[in-house]
Design a protein around this ligand. Sequence first.
Ligand SMILES: NC(=O)c1ccc[n+]([C@@H]2O[C@H](COP(=O)([O-])OP(=O)(O)OC[C@H]3O[C@@H](n4cnc5c(N)ncnc54)[C@H](OP(=O)(O)O)[C@@H]3O)[C@@H](O)[C@H]2O)c1
Length: 347
Amino acid sequence: MTNLGTMKRFLLARRPAGMPVEEDFQLGEVPVPQPEAGQLLVRAHYISVDPLQRPRMQESSSYGQTIPLGGLVVGRMVGEVIESRNPAYREGEFVEGMLGWQEYALSDGGTHKAEYAPGLTRVDPALGPISTALGILGMPGVTAYFSLLDLGRPQPGETVVISTAAGTVGSLAGQIARIHGCRVVGICGSEEKRRYVVDELGFAGAVNYNATSDLAGEIRRLCPGGVDIYLDHVGGATREAVLTNLQLRARVVLVGYISGVNGARPTVADPAIPLMSRRARMEGFIVYDYEDRADEARQAIAGWLQEGKLSYRETIVDGFEELPRAFISMLNGGNIGKQLVRMAGAR
Ligand SMILES: NC(=O)c1ccc[n+]([C@@H]2O[C@H](COP(=O)([O-])OP(=O)(O)OC[C@H]3O[C@@H](n4cnc5c(N)ncnc54)[C@H](OP(=O)(O)O)[C@@H]3O)[C@@H](O)[C@H]2O)c1
């Protein structure tokens, strides 16, 4: 193998206080590693910025391991195998995994992914552009599919409310609910996003939470018969507003709490009362429980894509060094669909 010189990577320079800033991340340069027997070397084409990375930057993460100070920023990557000393992988294949914010990564070829393990998934470029392995055909896609179908259990004619509606998970989950005959109402943070989910994705309605002082009232207006399923990606006051509008026997799926990941802890009412009075069910969801069934989601989503039943967007910036800015922008709602960073020479 020829010497590939050096590569860039981002380390966690300090633990963000509230919303991360660029100085929390330190750009470093190290030699590109050489794979040993059993290992493969992956060159990044796209690197992902995901909300789930933010809690991992705290001293103690709410789920999975925390990133040590000075450690490599843990994040997902789709890349090309450029050297393989592992018989299970060939050079030229594409893989996805939790390989970190770095231009090249070594892997032992393992496939275990639970709790942020760096296990690989082989990417099938026939299913969609390789970037989608970080979005609708990747971890967020598996999340949208199973949180809605396994935990939400939608029935035709039911009303499904989805927060972060124009984001990666929300925009896909809403379309899957629509395909299953549900009436879908979104919650999102701008007028552009509101129009996107209604005009392009076929949601029955949506509310821009930044443009109303009465979110609960807006949801009541858009869901006059009540909410049968709520996919909660936000937590806090948004969840409280939806809970006051539940239909009998509603299902509330706890998928994310992005309103709280930067340390904001708004005071919200105890959810027990609306849940009890509506005989509703609230259940937590973690995508890694579905590792063994992920391909079922990928195939179904790819099929709907090919049939033209759903669409997706990506918000892409170019250049490895943009990673911290892209991450901060996503946490501020700057993305429609999946926020990605594209490396030079990406496919
Ligand atoms: N449980 C699991 O296994 C699992 C797996 C994947 C993702 N998730 C969770 O699912 C959620 C969506 O993830 P994603 O990857 O699809 O991200 P995304 O929706 O593509 O991007 C994040 C979006 O969150 C919204 N947001 C940011 N701060 C907010 C706040 N204070 N209040 C309300 N909305 C806010 C922004 O949209 P607006 O402009 O609309 O505010 C932003 O665009 C996250 O909470 C994530 O942690 C959970």
